[in-house]
Write a protein of this length. Structure first.
Length: 136
């Protein structure tokens, strides 16, 4: 066989075309990743709500007392109590560990007999506890 027929002129352009396509694909992927973090979209990935469970110990028209019954410890000042959709108060500062009880004042809330009480994790904006409570 002659060496001139072994490589035809049609096969010589395939390798550079594949190389250019791969370079463009890598550039587009890199630009998307860098653009995501530059625009701040990557920062919101870390703002997830902590996993924790609570019980309501006691309620009256001015205060609600909660006990943390499980999950990871949480910075209590990151939590807000909402009664019937209205944010009412925050817990005292410090880490809230399992087994500890804390109360929050809800003096400004308009209370009916049954209201939905939520604990909201402010940095993520997520509700981590919700229960309907009887205030009667």
């Amino acid at each position: 066989m002659k060496s001139s027929k072994l490589f035809s002129k049609d096969d010589r352009g395939v390798s550079p075309v594949i190389g250019v396509i791969l370079m463009v694909a890598i550039t587009v992927i890199l630009a998307a990743v860098i653009g995501t973090f530059v625009l701040g979209l990557g920062d919101s990935l870390n703002d997830t709500a902590p996993q924790a469970s609570f019980t309501v110990d006691s309620v009256d028209t001015d205060n609600i007392n909660f006990t943390k019954t499980g999950g990871e410890s949480i910075e209590a000042s990151d939590l807000t109590v909402s009664v019937n959709g209205t944010r009412e108060g925050q817990f005292s500062q410090g880490r809230w560990r399992t087994g500890e009880s804390r109360g929050v004042s809800i003096g400004n809330a308009t209370i009916n007999q049954e209201e939905t009480v939520r604990i909201i994790h402010d940095p993520s904006g997520n509700t981590i506890f919700q229960q309907t409570v009887d205030f009667s």
